[in-house]
Design a protein around this ligand. Structure first.
Ligand SMILES: NC(=O)c1ccc[n+]([C@@H]2O[C@H](COP(=O)([O-])OP(=O)(O)OC[C@H]3O[C@@H](n4cnc5c(N)ncnc54)[C@H](O)[C@@H]3O)[C@@H](O)[C@H]2O)c1
Length: 321
């Protein structure tokens, strides 16, 4: 019996795979290395270089390794870029989820935890987003994640697949020094990259309807997030009924300007951010209510913003040295 982790060579998937493996489970790590790194996969996990759109190969892998459940994180995560290149988001996130579901059906794998996103909400009218907040994605990325949730729910009704989708808010930090967020588009890596090159980090938009005019986001630590995936897998395995959707956020909003202040402190580099125009597809404020995940999955944040920033900086420097 084993759990498959797709996207296991990625930033979050690696933390999930390490956490599962550390708790004594057999892990089958699947990734096509389009943005991931082979070195991020835990030693001791079964490594399979595979694209999740390849249902036939996935089915064989599932059967061969007696996979009983899947945590599906493989995907294309760049909301801003998806506005310019929508097909990339749909290929990996919709076609990829269909390939995985086909393989799970063929191999009779009945449990799935899906990596969804707060981008499904777009710019919500509520200050605090609950699972009942209407979904209005504002980018092909957000749309592709929502379609993934629908595919999974439909498949659940049709085949009895037991599943839950975790809508993460902004994921930062490092639970392991060796695993950094190497995305060139996420806020923390963009700040670090600019500082490394002696440039000013950019703030996109200071005219949003927020307290300091910069976008407000809800930041969660990647290790806390990895833990909640394992909790979800445990519940599914124990036959506990889960909701189809959980928000995974801290409930606290932090502005981009506030992040810049924390970054000055943890890096010790006194910089002035460069103000740029807004980017298409960026909602102004998005903060979660994580009460349902707290109730059912024991979700809790155990890291401060400063810890998140400091661990991210440490992992970034280690990765780029
Ligand atoms: N990072 C965040 O803040 C955030 C927030 C919400 C949701 N998510 C979702 O979490 C998941 C993981 O994100 P991440 O930050 O670790 O990104 P990442 O890019 O580091 O990891 C994604 C991994 O999936 C792999 N992959 C992509 N397409 C694939 C395919 N077709 N077949 C096999 N492997 C494929 C990549 O090589 C990579 O290793 C993504 O689905 C993303 O949409 C991330």
């Amino acid at each position: 019996m084993s759990w498959m982790v797709t996207g296991a060579a990625g930033y979050i998937g690696s933390h999930v795979a390490h956490t599962l493996h550390g708790r004594g489970r057999e892990v089958v790590a699947v990734d096509n290395l389009s943005t991931g790194h082979r070195a991020f996969v835990p030693e001791g996990a079964v490594w399979v270089a595979c694209d999740v759109r390849d249902a036939r190969q996935l089915t064989e892998v599932m059967r061969h390794h007696d996979v009983t459940g899947v945590i599906h994180l493989a995907g294309f995560k760049y909301a801003g870029l998806s506005v310019k290149e929508p097909l990339r988001a749909y290929q990996d996130n919709v076609h990829g989820t269909m390939g995985l579901l086909q393989a799970m059906t063929d191999a009779e794998v009945r449990m799935l935890v899906f990596s969804s996103s707060a981008a499904t909400y777009g710019t919500p009218s509520e200050e605090v987003v609950t699972e009942r907040t209407p979904v209005r994605p504002e980018s092909p990325y957000g749309e592709s994640k929502l379609i993934g949730e629908w595919l999974i729910a439909d498949q659940g009704r049709a085949t009895g697949l037991r599943h839950t989708s975790l809508r993460y808010f902004n994921v930062v930090g490092a639970g392991r020094r060796e695993v950094a967020d190497t995305s060139p588009h996420n806020l923390f890596p963009r700040i670090f990259s600019a500082l490394d090159q002696g440039r000013s980090p950019k703030i996109f938009g200071t005219d949003y309807p927020t307290s300091d005019g910069t976008c407000v986001r809800d930041y969660v630590h990647v290790q806390d997030l990895a833990d909640v995936h394992v909790a979800a897998a445990d519940c599914l395995e124990a036959g506990i009924e889960l909701d189809p959707i959980y928000n995974i956020g801290s409930g606290t909003g932090t502005s981009v300007a506030e992040i810049m202040s924390v970054m000055k402190k943890v890096t010790g580099i006194p910089f002035d951010a460069e103000v740029c125009p807004r980017r298409p597809g960026d909602p102004s404020r998005i903060v979660a209510d994580g009460a349902a995940a707290r109730r059912d999955l024991g979700w809790a944040m155990s890291h401060s913003l400063e810890e998140m920033a400091a661990s991210s900086w440490d992992a970034w420097r280690r990765f780029h040295r």
